[in-house]
Design a protein around this ligand. Structure first.
Ligand SMILES: Nc1nc2c(c(=O)[nH]1)N[C@H]1C(S)=C(S)[C@@H](COP(=O)(O)OP(=O)(O)OC[C@H]3O[C@@H](n4cnc5c(=O)[nH]c(N)nc54)[C@H](O)[C@@H]3O)O[C@H]1N2
Ligand SMILES: Nc1nc2c(c(=O)[nH]1)N[C@H]1C(S)=C(S)[C@@H](COP(=O)(O)OP(=O)(O)OC[C@H]3O[C@@H](n4cnc5c(=O)[nH]c(N)nc54)[C@H](O)[C@@H]3O)O[C@H]1N2
Ligand code: SF4
Ligand SMILES: [Mo]
Length: 883
């Protein structure tokens, strides 16, 4: 790498922060409009994330290394067999919002122009498709009409169904900074959970699952009653007002009725409504609490309606703002990678099909929408899909009803998986594994939430035979054309060439009602592509003069009904953690990201736990029909009512036993097809466990446990396990040489040593207890690969309070913060920050620190009474040390 920093874009969330890469460090790019140099904890950990374990380096066919030539020949042959025998719709691709625009464009072209099927869907179906459908219904096109800087020029920010402090941290920091500048700026959070985001709001409305439409219709009604409708705007720029008025006049939307129905106090409800009604400027941000629902499209439209009827749109500081999840979810939507979109914001109408067909000179054009993710995997399950190419996504973890998805893949004739690691959960099902180039090894464009197109740049050489995804698709495309004696539509040599073709294709939108037009870049030179700077398409206000993309130019007000599935009893809410990314393949092994939430937990309030006979820290089982999942019970008083919360991340080597989607059914929105990941009915069962354990070493080689998770810590791996039948000392003894076995009052501790010169050094530790183990794990880790020191080891192993990592950037725990308050005289947030530096980098943990200060530290004792020397001697006397 040369000395000038390489300017690129963070590969995680849709905020799309710019990064600056040098040999030494990866830091925020101060020139990038999304972040002005700031990065969150995940972005700050990009450098260690590059050293991933089990990198996939060579194509593998049925487990055997093969050349790319053989691999791509095989794909073409399998495609041909399937198409000839079963028709075009028997093949499919399942791709990802983490692909670059060029990868995505080519995948879409291959499927829809050359294989004759629109069976190409993407994980964005699980993520953005409800927002996409709502935008199309309301605006006539999937356009986000807001910019990040609107957050700095508004009077009210509403965050609905998003935990922005954790999931779009840099954006949340901008919101917090704006509130500091303008103390009048209000923040309202609508979320059934009292999240870290909600804690920092002026008002938190803890609605029940899926009560959003009811709430927003009520808001619209309130605005009508208080004269806050913008009648001029409504008349000139919208259609459908009569039907909407009729809906919201229903008595259920009167403030009093609504307050009772939503179970939200009259005062809180009217505060939010009056703030929204009275201020001329308001932005409503939304994400998965809205999208991932059986009513996701209606929820998004209800939000958009509220902005349309009050005219709070298309002007500075105003608008409904769907935040995108993945780094290029937006780019994927632009090229048209959803099965129900054709390309460049066009659907499957005759005119669009003809235009795209002509542009591509497509020999085999898809003429109807393909299968959406859930339907697609159902089709795989039925045996209707014979060849499936999965790229940059891990559906056996991230799809609902994931056990069925696994079964379907197992039965599928030919599964191709393009990934960067060899042992992702989905790789297990691949007949053909293709090594993709990862972040930093490939280059191309990504579009963020505010339509800013930025470059990801290459700053590393390609390892092994890894190739960019576009390259693999291009090879297959070329061979497919040759096979069919068609003109080659896949002669691309560089991503720049692909980008130019994509930009040229968007030219079909010029002088049409569609906004997406990048045709000014169709002749972009290679060097201009290389030098590309973040560029927003559509400008700050795409709907200039309030001209929307509908045929009439008016925005459509969509009548939305407050429907709701009756989840009687417990309902399971799922989502994200601050420091992990999706199925953990890129963040699970980064020690300081793993430390803040080291094992799979299911959260609930003390009342819910009590009601179900559950004790915190113990193993519990969530059941849904015949499927179940194990996790440790943990407390979160932010969960109202009968609500459970479990992170979506646990997968692979890190917590592969505890994949929550095993108990999430595939109910989905009828329009968008987006699964309802936030509201599953589950049973919560206690689970008697004979042995809880902690195992530190290189490799876990004890018997298979029902519950097993792994935390990577520098050079040590630490497993937490629970075995229902129990784990015997004999099993450990049969395994370990040079072992110590220490009996404790609740179990035993096994220590395996090796001789280094004349000293005993610790190589493995196994602690087993009949109660959940809470001990000083950080200290225990330090005992590995160090001379045996029984006093330290036992002290670390003493059951007591387990420190929780609060600040990941500086690795500061709750215990340290408490100590700073009790022993170092820290009183305020800034005292603590000055003493420990915590919360001074990305700031994601500030509210957790504040909470500790308010609660005056952690409740558990800081230190355990240490055993006396006599006790140690006694233990050592009882110990067996092998020769
Ligand atoms: N740290 C981290 N950040 C990420 C990601 C990650 O994996 N890790 N992934 C990125 C991606 S792809 C995405 S899509 C985004 C997702 O970003 P978010 O949507 O902010 O994240 P989630 O945690 O999925 O869920 C959001 C919230 O919806 C709430 N919710 C559940 N049901 C309802 C409901 O009925 N109504 C309302 N109003 N709220 C409800 C949940 O309690 C939860 O707090 O995050 C992006 N950023
Ligand atoms: N219960 C529950 N489930 C959910 C959600 C939820 O909130 N709750 N959220 C849903 C949402 S919004 C999303 S976005 C999905 C995310 O779910 P997934 O897309 O399945 O998650 P990732 O772990 O990001 O998967 C990306 C895969 O691509 C690999 N990879 C990384 N870079 C590259 C590359 O450049 N090329 C290739 N070919 N491969 C690469 C990674 O190693 C990884 O295996 O999960 C969904 N599932
Ligand atoms: S906010 Fe998102 S884009 Fe920015 S550094 Fe964090 S993960 Fe990366
Ligand atoms: Mo997502």
């Amino acid at each position: 790498m040369n000395a000038t920093p390489c300017q690129s874009t963070c590969p995680y969330c849709g905020v799309g922060c710019g990064v600056s890469v040098t040999e030494q460090a990866i830091t925020g790019d101060s020139q990038h409009p999304a972040n002005s140099g700031v990065l969150c904890v995940k972005g700050s950990a990009l450098k260690p994330s590059l050293d991933m374990p089990s990198r996939l380096l060579y194509p593998k066919l049925n487990g055997q290394e093969v050349s790319w030539d053989v691999a791509t020949d095989t794909i073409v042959e399998k495609l041909k067999q399937a198409v000839v025998q079963h028709g075009a719709h028997s093949v499919a691709m399942y791709v990802s919002g983490q692909l670059l625009t060029e990868d995505y464009y080519l995948a879409n072209k291959l499927m829809k122009g050359y294989l004759g099927t629109a069976n190409i869907d993407t994980n964005s179906r699980l993520c953005m498709s409800s927002a996409v459908a709502a935008h199309i219904r309301a605006f006539g096109e999937d356009v986000v009409p807001v910019n990040y800087n609107d957050l700095e020029h508004t009077d009210l920010i509403v965050i609905c169904g998003a935990n922005t402090a954790w999931t779009h941290p840099v954006l949340f920091r901008r919101i917090q900074a704006a509130r500091e500048v303008n103390p009048e700026l209000k923040l309202v959070v609508i979320d059934p959970r009292k999240t870290v985001t909600a804690e920092q709001a002026d008002l938190h409305l803890a609605i029940d699952s899926d009560d959003d439409v009811l709430l927003f219709n009520g808001l619209i009604r309130y605005c009508l009653d208080t004269g806050a409708w913008d009648d001029e705007f409504i008349a000139a720029h919208t259609q459908g007002i009569e039907a909407l008025r009729e809906e919201v006049m229903d008595p259920q939307y009167s403030l009093a009725a609504l307050s009772a129905k939503l179970n939200i106090s009259y005062t809180d409800l009217s505060r939010y409504f009056s703030w929204f009604a009275q201020t001329p400027r308001a932005v409503t941000l939304f994400c998965q609490g809205v999208n991932q629902s059986e009513y996701g499209v209606d929820k998004a439209n209800a939000i958009i309606n509220a902005h349309l009827v009050t005219g709070k749109i298309n002007q500075r500081g105003c608008g409904p703002f769907s935040m995108t999840g993945q780094p290029n979810a937006m780019g994927g939507r632009e090229v048209g990678g959803l099965a129900n979109q054709l390309a460049v914001h066009r659907g499957f109408d005759d005119e669009s099909i003809a235009k795209v067909e002509q542009f591509w000179q497509a020999p085999n054009m898809a003429t109807e929408p393909g299968l959406k993710a859930v339907e697609l995997f159902d089709a795989v399950s039925r045996g209707d899909i014979k060849v499936l190419w999965i790229m940059a996504t891990n559906p056996v973890v991230s799809m609902p009803n994931s056990i069925e998805v696994r079964k379907a893949l197992k039965a599928c004739d030919f599964v191709i998986v393009s990934d960067i690691i060899a042992d992702s959960d989905v790789a297990e099902y691949a007949d053909l594994l293709l090594p993709a180039a990862g972040w930093g090894e490939k280059q191309g464009m990504v579009t963020n939430s505010e339509r800013v197109i930025s470059r990801q740049r290459q700053f590393r050489t390609l390892p092994g035979e890894a190739k960019p995804d576009w390259w693999a698709i291009n090879q297959v495309g070329q061979k497919w054309c040759a096979q069919n004696h068609w003109q080659n539509g896949f002669g691309f040599q560089t991503p720049a060439e692909i980008f130019r073709e994509y930009a040229a294709l968007t030219g079909i939108n010029r002088k049409s009602r569609f906004q997406l037009d990048l045709s000014m870049f169709q002749a972009l030179s290679d060097s201009d592509y290389q030098r590309w700077q973040p560029t927003q398409w559509g400008g700050e206000r795409p709907f200039t003069n309030h001209l929307f993309s509908t045929p009439s130019g008016k925005a459509q007000l969509v009548v939305t009904k407050p429907l709701k599935r009756d989840v009687s009893g417990l309902w399971l809410n799922t989502g994200r953690l601050r420091d992990q990314w999706h199925t953990m393949t890129r963040t699970g092994f980064v020690a300081h990201l793993a430390a803040s939430e080291p094992e799979p937990r299911v959260y609930m309030s003390a009342a819910t736990a009590k009601q179900h006979g559950v004790e915190f820290a113990q193993l519990v089982k969530l059941k849904q029909g015949e499927h179940s999942v194990y996790a440790k019970a943990a407390q979160d008083e932010g969960l109202a009512g009968e609500q459970l919360y479990m992170p979506m991340h646990w997968a692979g080597r890190y917590g592969g036993q505890s994949q929550v989607n095993q108990v999430v059914l595939s109910h989905h929105d009828p329009i968008s097809g987006q699964p309802a990941f936030k509201s599953s009915a589950v049973e919560l069962c206690t689970q008697p466990v004979a042995s809880y354990g902690l195992y530190l070493g290189e490799q876990f080689d004890l018997k298979r446990c029902e519950y097993l998770s792994m935390q990577q810590e520098q050079n040590v791996k630490m497993w937490r396990f629970a075995s229902i039948d129990g784990l015997s000392k004999q099993e450990w003894q049969a395994q370990a040489a040079r072992r110590l076995l220490l009996d404790t009052d609740r179990g035993w501790i096994g220590v395996e040593c090796r001789k280094v010169q004349d000293q005993l050094w610790v190589s493995r530790i196994c602690m087993v207890s009949n109660v959940p183990i809470e001990c000083d794990e950080t200290q225990l880790i330090q005992c590995i690969d160090a001379p045996l020191n029984l006093a330290t080891l036992l002290n670390a192993a003493t059951l007591g309070h387990r420190s929780k990592l609060v600040c990941s950037c500086f690795r500061v725990t709750d215990t340290q913060i408490t100590r700073a308050m009790q022993k170092q005289g820290c009183v305020t947030l800034s005292d603590v920050q000055q003493t420990l530096k915590c919360g001074t980098n990305c700031g994601s943990c500030v509210s957790e620190i504040k909470q500790l200060i308010d609660e005056k530290g952690v409740a558990s004792p800081l230190s355990q009474t240490q055993p006396s020397q006599a006790q140690y001697d006694q233990v050592i006397a009882q110990t067996v040390i092998d020769k």
